[in-house]
Design a protein around this ligand. Structure first.
Ligand code: GUN
Length: 283
């Protein structure tokens, strides 16, 4: 058996095309959606990510602004900059690219982003709304994972979903969205003993660790939906957690790296930004 590939690149193009049309309709009403990126320091991966997100804004007709701040910035200065953007009516969404330098308080910085401009869904109000099941902004990578799962056509209701990784950006919110979709959810992490005993039970397996080759074919239930949400670099090449060669032989569906979660995360960011602008315009 060879798994059906869940093509995140193609799906992201479709989402971006829908966003482009929605932006066009907003522009007809005189509204230009605006997204601000705040990049602190020179982390090379973050520079690349922000550049990709800017390009997506260009494709969709979203006005993007990138605020590059020095590595040495103080907490007070960072919060001042965030507060300025928070009060700017032309900015619909704000994204503080993570990680930020160690001397800064990440949670306090994110708290300066108004929850209704929090395109990342990282603000404690939005993270909390996911836990209690009320409306709020949702994190982009987990939204992408759910759309890739929907693309498989597999109904998540009652299925056993196993998520590996408990980050606030991917693992935890992905587990909560799967729970909201009526999956039975197991969260595994770096301290989990006998990981394979869990992954082999997964109808839906989401791996969000960033460790190349973590998941091999013998760890996967035949026919499972496998979504690789990991990012690692091996000899300069971007790779995920899934050992593709062996997993493809066993899984029913596979969202690979590259071409799966990466482009979907960016497309969901566009969707979140346009949705905020529409909400503000009462569309
Ligand atoms: N760093 C890695 N992924 C992300 C993301 O989705 N959003 C932000 N703000 N920073 C990140």
């Amino acid at each position: 058996m060879s798994a059906i590939l869940l093509d995140g690149k193609q799906l992201s193009r479709e989402l971006e095309a829908q966003c482009t049309e929605r932006v066009q309709r907003l522009k007809e009403q005189g509204i230009i959606p605006g997204l601000a990126f705040i990049l602190v320091g020179e982390d090379p991966a973050s520079v690349v990510y922000v550049r990709s997100k800017n390009k997506a804004c260009e494709r969709c007709g979203i006005r993007s602004v990138t605020l590059r701040l020095p590595e040495s910035i103080s907490q007070e200065e960072l919060e001042q900059e965030l507060n300025k953007l928070a009060g700017d009516e032309s900015i619909h969404g704000m994204l503080l690219q993570l990680p930020i330098p160690k001397h800064l308080d990440e949670a306090a910085a994110i708290a300066c982003i108004p929850p209704e401009k929090d395109v990342d869904g990282f603000h404690q109000m939005n993270a909390g709304s996911l836990v209690i099941g009320t409306d709020g902004m949702r994190a982009c990578s987990p939204l992408g994972i759910m759309d890739l799962l929907a693309l498989s056509g597999v109904d998540p209701c009652g299925k056993h979903a196993v998520v590996i990784g408990r980050s606030a950006i991917v693992g935890k919110p992905a587990a909560l969205l799967l729970l909201e979709a009526n999956c039975t959810v197991t969260i595994c992490h770096s301290k989990t003993e006998n990981l394979a005993s869990y992954t082999r039970q997964a109808d839906i397996l989401v791996s969000a660790v960033g460790k190349a080759g973590l998941i091999t074919g013998d760890m996967v239930k035949p026919g499972a939906v496998v979504i690789d949400a990991g990012i690692a670099r091996v000899e300069g090449k971007v790779t995920g957690d899934i050992e593709r060669g062996s997993v493809e032989q066993v899984a029913g569906y596979l969202s690979p790296v590259p071409g799966g979660c990466g482009p979907m995360t960016i497309a969901e960011l566009m969707v979140n930004t346009v949705s905020i602008a529409e909400k503000k315009a009462h569309v």
